[in-house]
Design a protein around this ligand. Structure first.
Ligand code: CO8
Length: 257
């Protein structure tokens, strides 16, 4: 049974995951990351799960990797650390992942947030990569994903100074897609997740795959990849259903086939 992650019963195809280490501002220890990787693996295989919302509490999405746990690791310990494997499984989650971020979103927490496809942030959220203050650097994609999200100057400033940016700045920089009042953040993320959950699942997974590919490939390769995915979807029943429903002026009934 998970102990550091709370789940809510699946509703309208949306699974809600809540990071649950309130005494440590949801610091991501190894056990929490393993639970998260396991849950996302299961959600990826469960046809009833169409989208996932991940959130923390009102004080913190997550304040980083667990510094106390890290303190016990020497170079060999870091080399043998199982966490990179958990991060890889989180990154491979094939369905839409929406983060609802209140409060601190720092270090490994910011890196986890950047694994989400869509981020809704509360006006009180703070985003940062403070690892430099500990004599280290981000180790779960923080340099690479941040620079792709906000560009070189702001990413360098955040990584090199360790100082966080506020929610307004994160919105301007494109790190998050929407801002809300603190008490509305989760609700808005669930709204978005529900809307996504109503769409054709195979098209949604292809959309995620192709969007992610854009971060890793040059334009011509990305366009070719998009074209292949677009063509593949022409073989699905849901594509025919979607187009037929439009013409017949009714709601589509998608089956994931
Ligand atoms: N790890 C462990 N415990 C934490 C962490 C953390 N990252 N952050 C907060 N806590 C704990 C505190 O120790 C404290 O516990 P206690 O009450 O037992 O002393 C409790 O949470 C509450 O925290 P504070 O009392 O410090 O709360 P404040 O409101 O005063 O301050 C801050 C909030 C500013 C967020 C402060 O807690 C802080 O600076 N936290 C550390 C932030 C940080 O440095 N994060 C980066 C960590 S390093 C990292 O993420 C590297 C990722 C690499 C991943 C590689 C994987 C392979």
């Amino acid at each position: 049974m998970p102990t550091f992650l709370l789940t809510e019963p699946l509703h309208n195809g949306v699974l809600i995951l809540r990071l649950n280490r309130p005494d440590a501002l949801n610091a991501l220890n190894t056990a929490l990351l393993e639970e998260l990787a396991d849950l996302l693996d299961d959600a990826g295989l469960n046809d009833d799960v169409r989208s996932v919302v991940i959130t923390g509490n009102e004080r913190a999405f997550a304040a980083g990797a667990d510094v106390r746990e890290m303190a016990g690791l020497d170079a060999v310990g870091v080399m043998q650390d199982p966490r990179p494997r958990y991060w890889a499984r989180i990154a491979a989650f094939p369905k839409p992942l929406i983060a609802a971020v209140n409060g601190y979103c720092l270090g490994g927490g910011c890196e986890l947030m950047m694994h989400a496809d869509i981020v809704v942030a509360s006006s009180d959220a703070q985003f940062g990569q403070p690892e430099i203050n500990l004599g280290i650097i981000p180790g779960a994609g923080g340099t690479q994903r941040l620079i792709r999200a906000v560009g070189k100057a702001l990413a360098s400033q955040m990584v090199m100074t360790g100082q966080p940016i506020d929610a307004e700045r994160a919105l301007q920089a494109g790190l998050v897609s929407e801002l809300t009042e603190p008490e509305l953040c989760l609700e808005r993320a669930i709204d978005i997740a529900r809307r996504i959950a109503r769409q054709a699942p195979l098209a949604m997974q292809q959309a995620k795959d192709v969007l992610n590919r854009a971060q890793e490939s040059h334009l011509a390769a990305g366009l070719a990849y998009e074209r292949k995915a677009f063509t593949l979807l022409a073989a699905t029943e849901d594509r025919n259903e979607g187009i037929r429903a439009f013409i017949e002026k009714r709601r589509p009934d998608y089956r994931g086939r």
